[in-house]
Design a protein around this ligand. Structure first.
Ligand code: SDX
Length: 439
């Protein structure tokens, strides 16, 4: 673990309790870039008060070297490399190496890493029977969640998180096996026979092959779609301390095994406010039905009494265009062009929705821009991927981010079990009343 990069400004803040006149000095920790943090670790001990920040909108949960986001400037960097450069010049497995090890690999290290991942893409044959316990119409996210959680029952040799060798093996297995699990869940839903990965295909080609190949004929991977998939995986690989990554970190902080932690991350990602948004965008576009109905739905999204939100818009951090959405928008047009899909009604509706929303005062003043999920569903649909598989593919990509963040947390000498406190507003002490005496 590289030496932590922060420096400390002692007593940079003074907190004064105006009721008693007591003042407390608080240090500021300065990172390499981005907002500094006020160190409140001793606040409760010194003041008897907790901080209060339910959505963690102003709270840093950890120190990390992995991903940097600037919401105002629309910046996203993996280990310092801008996301648009990685999307253009890199490939997903190289980005996996970068996120896990912190540096871009030389040719030799890349080849070794690629070989290691390739030779871990198969599942234990017994796991295939596990899939058969699900109904055929189960949501593939439910299947993925169950299977990943079950991996700890198959791989006892890599669950001792204190052992760096175990962590290395478990990390390799999770990155390598997610496409196989995703494709198997998809094929199970169709009643198609399961496919084994092929070692002559790259990560994204293999994913498409395992999903769409037919055992009765030769399957030729569409290289353009494989490249588009690879780019989408790069864009979704990591994103700082988002809800699912924070779930993985807090699960791991108790010492839970890595497969259980990733299963917890998958569960959190499934939510429509998070990774489930890409599926929710398509469902929303289908509900809107036509460009003519867009104004009514914009009005619903603005109505405080209406729970409807424009899925694919807004972000906790980006109060500017999500830099991933820009690349996704370009990819959407490329894929539809390559597939010779002219007037795709969904894309036409999405473009019109984007145009109207970006001009509407409500969205402008609340800085609600299209996020990464707005376009991914349109691309996946054009690639013939069913809506129910959209978040599954998001999870395939984000597994490397969860793995990198989980390893960073375990290796952080200052890490403790995550255990937030609360503001209690419940009943004061009262004595038990026998049922015969209750009203
Ligand atoms: C992802 O965290 C990450 O990094 C996540 C992610 C990643 O890579 O891990 O980037 C992936 O999850 C992208 C986000 C996908 N989710 C959606 O597209 C769902 C729709 N978006 C919203 O639910 C919402 O924008 C969130 C959840 C994304 C962000 O919510 P916040 O930061 O908690 O903001 P908020 O809900 O407090 O909204 C601020 C205001 C509110 O109005 P007021 O109460 O201030 O009057 O904006 C409104 C909201 O009502 N608002 C929306 C809106 N999003 C926010 N109004 C209509 N439509 C929307 N989409």
């Amino acid at each position: 673990m590289p030496e932590k990069m922060h420096s400390t400004e002692k007593a940079a803040f003074t907190l004064t309790d105006n009721r008693s006149g007591t003042s407390y000095d608080l240090d500021v920790l300065k990172g390499s870039t981005g907002p500094d943090v006020i160190d409140v670790r001793k606040l409760y001990a010194d003041t008897g008060h907790f901080t209060y920040d339910p959505g963690f909108t102003s709270t840093g949960s950890c120190e990390s070297d992995i991903t940097f986001i600037d919401g105002e400037e629309g910046i996203l960097r993996y280990r310092g490399y801008p996301i648009d450069q990685l999307a253009e010049h890199s490939h997903f497995l190289e980005v996996c190496y970068l996120l896990v090890y912190g540096e871009l690999p030389n040719a030799d290290d890349m080849e070794k890493f690629e070989t290691r991942i390739t030779y871990h893409t198969m599942l234990h044959e017994q796991i295939n029977y596990f899939f058969r316990g699900f109904r055929r119409d189960s949501h593939p996210m439910a299947i993925m969640n169950g299977v990943i959680g079950a991996l700890s029952a198959f791989y006892h040799d890599s669950t001792d998180i204190a052992d760096p060798v175990h962590r290395f093996i478990a990390s390799t297995r999770m990155i390598a096996k997610m496409p196989t699990i995703a494709a198997t869940a998809y094929r199970y839903s169709l009643g198609m026979p399961f496919t084994y990965p092929r070692n002559d295909l790259n990560f994204s080609e293999n994913l498409l092959y395992m999903m769409f190949s037919n055992p009765c004929e030769e399957y030729k991977v569409n290289k353009i779609l494989a490249r588009a998939m690879d780019r989408i995986l790069i864009l979704h690989a990591d994103h700082e301390q988002n809800a699912s990554t924070s779930t993985v970190r807090i699960s791991g902080s108790s010492g839970a095994n890595p497969f259980a932690c990733i299963a917890a991350g998958i569960a959190s990602l499934w939510g429509p406010a998070h990774g489930g948004a890409n599926e929710a965008v398509l469902t929303m576009l289908e509900e809107i039905g036509s460009v003519d109905n867009i104004p009514d739905y914009i009005a619903k999204a603005k109505d405080k009494n209406d729970p409807f939100r424009l899925m694919g818009f807004g972000h906790r951090v980006y109060k500017n265009f999500d830099p991933r959405a820009k690349v996704m928008r370009q990819t959407a047009h490329e894929v539809l062009g390559d597939l010779n899909i002219k007037d795709d009604p969904m894309l036409d509706m999405a473009m019109e929705l984007e145009r109207i929303a970006l001009e509407d005062d409500y969205f402008v003043e609340k800085k609600l821009y299209p996020n990464v999920d707005f376009y991914s569903g349109i691309i996946f649909k054009a690639m013939g991927i069913p809506t129910s598989m959209f978040t599954v593919l998001f999870a395939v990509a984000r597994t490397v981010g969860w793995v990198a963040q989980w390893n960073e947390m375990i290796e952080d000498p200052t890490q403790k079990i995550g255990r937030p406190r609360q503001l209690y507003t419940g009943s004061l002490e009262r004595n038990y009343l026998d049922v015969t005496k209750r009203k």
